[in-house]
Ligand binder design. Sequence first.
Ligand SMILES: [Zn+2]
Length: 202
Amino acid sequence: MPNLETPDELADAIADLMGSYDAHDDERCSDTRTSCRTCFVGKMTDRIRKAVFNEHLLRSKEVPRLALYFGPLRGPGHFMHGPNGESEGGLLAQIPWWDLGLLDAGLLNNRKIPDRPDGRVHWVAGGKPDLWFGFFWWDRSEDERPACNSGFYVRGFGPAATAHERVLEAFEYACNVWPVVVDRQLYPLQLVDIKLVPEKGT
Ligand SMILES: [Zn+2]
């Protein structure tokens, strides 16, 4: 067997195995089974690419959904919480591109969002190969000191190529995982700034 690394190399090898081909003929080559060699390799390459892409989508769908909460949960103090009492260090290690400074008001301050709680939820996307969403807002509902904020950090909503279309879905998922946070809010949470464009540097 030759060394096969790309879809067109594989299609070429299959063409060799398949045997004889006639010269190109527009009408006959529109039928996959009787294509000339060039057309056969072209169509087979497309099919292999599609199969590889679908495989990737399938695998990405298997990334379990997870919604973390950063903020005050029982009394003041901002920490990262998992739905099943996971350790904070392990949770933070899953999203290293958002360090504590960013989680603790940094993402809001970077956007120059004034520290006036109003329920408006801002968001960011980051991470590879799985995309994570961060949803964050100023929040005095548990810890009443200035600069207090809350955030949901969510994964499992598709590979990076398609996940941006699922921002709302991810936010609603997080709200369902953390009713204790949503229900105590002084202002109903409302997702703002929905723009379906990946952000630079995240
Ligand atoms: Zn042909």
